[in-house]
Design a protein around this ligand. Structure first.
Ligand code: AVJ
Ligand code: FE
Length: 370
């Protein structure tokens, strides 16, 4: 890697931070500290956690420097501090929080300036700029979590919404496309940035199947609700005339039947698929189909797969990113939503969450055996 790639890293770090600060620009300190939901962190926690994660990896680990606030980092440990407890923690707030974000960043750039990022760098954290890619992805991913919470903030007006959504709205009535059976390649190759859970690349044998070309639309979901008595998605309310509005950020908008359904749990997604005479795709089917035929857009998609390690998995650089979540408790989501940075979306990317969660920007697409 050359000096110009250091500049490129610095620029992308700045861009991610700009997005973070834009998200909170319309908010005051009271709103940053407020606990809106026990299943989501107060925004001040996410902000401090973003800075603390950066300090831990880019300043302490790479730069060998001491942390700015002693062992404060333990309050920003996501595993040690479940979401419902985060409002009570003695975390940084207000001006001190903003200063911490800026001070860490200054140190990060100072460390970046002094390191060897050449391709033969000995530290695997630096090879291919891994640790910097990880930090960028981390900040972007927390921006999406913050946007989940911002749905609950009355009167919030986003400064910028990424207009570059990846697909046109899904038409009502899904068109299905066939995918051949046989060997399919799954996972990230050795080149480029990927999380540990996307490796290693391996082949799987799939039976032939077909899969919806587009995510399930609101119109189809309303039919499902009417015929089964299923609950509406999170944030939906009756409009008083037999229809539905979506009420988020304190504003109600009619539900557009052509748009992908969003804010449904895995259980609801699974029930929809069965009602439609289909099933959720496995994550392997999703990735195999992704190579040619899927239209992505606007929503994460629940799959039927539990979040499990791929063959040859090795935790890197820390087991708390993926490994501690492996098992049958979490379901895999694929794709990406309107709130997901294009830096995070790639065919091999695996998101995961608890099957009862509805605050994720998640919908579904269906599959069936051929
Ligand atoms: C991949 C979205 C489940 O938010 O728990 C952020 C991403 N990991 N910081 C999460 C993550 C560490 C993770 N998800
Ligand atoms: Fe995190």
């Amino acid at each position: 890697m050359t000096a110009s790639s250091k500049d490129a890293i610095a620029e992308r770090l700045a861009e991610a931070r700009e997005r973070t600060l834009e998200l909170i620009e319309p908010l005051d300190d009271r709103q940053l500290n407020r606990v809106y939901s026990p299943i989501l962190s107060p925004l001040a926690w996410d902000l401090g956690h973003i800075a603390n994660f950066e300090e831990l990896w880019l300043v302490q680990t790479i730069g060998g420097r001491e942390p700015l606030h002693g062992d404060l980092g333990r309050f920003y440990d996501a595993i040690e501090n479940p979401r419902r407890t985060r409002g009570e923690l003695p975390i940084l707030r207000d001006a001190e929080l903003r200063a911490y974000l800026a001070d860490v960043r200054e140190r990060t750039l100072d460390v970046l300036d002094g390191i060897d990022l050449s391709d033969d760098a000995e530290d695997p954290l630096l090879q291919g700029g891994f640790v910097y890619e990880m930090l960028l992805a981390h900040e972007h991913q927390h921006n999406e979590t913050m946007l989940q919470l911002l749905q609950m903030v009355d009167g919030y007006e986003p400064v910028r919404v990424d207009a570059e959504v990846a697909a046109e709205p899904a038409p009502d009535g899904a068109e299905m496309v066939a995918v051949e059976g046989g060997e399919h390649t799954i996972g990230a190759g050795p080149e480029g940035f990927a999380y540990d859970n996307e490796r290693s690349r391996h082949t799987v044998a799939l039976a032939p199947f077909e899969i919806d070309r587009t995510p399930v639309a609101n119109g189809a979901y309303v039919q499902f609700m009417e015929s089964t008595g299923a609950e509406p998605p999170m944030y939906w309310e009756h409009d008083g005339e037999g229809g539905w509005v979506r009420n988020a950020m304190g504003r109600a908008h009619p539900v557009d039947p052509a748009y992908p359904v969003i804010h449904v749990s895995w259980h609801e997604a699974d029930a929809f698929a069965r009602w439609a005479g289909k099933r959720l795709p496995t994550e392997q089917e999703w990735e195999a189909a992704r190579a040619g035929v899927l239209m992505l857009g606007q929503v994460w998609e629940w799959t039927s797969s539990d979040f499990l390690p791929y063959p040859g998995f090795e935790a890197f650089p820390y087991p708390e990113y993926s490994e501690v979540f492996f098992g049958d408790e979490h379901k895999v989501l694929r794709g990406g939503s309107w709130a997901t940075s294009r830096d995070v979306i790639r065919p091999s990317f695996r998101n995961w969450d608890l099957p009862e969660r509805r605050q994720i920007f998640a919908g579904l697409r269906c599959a069936r055996d051929l």
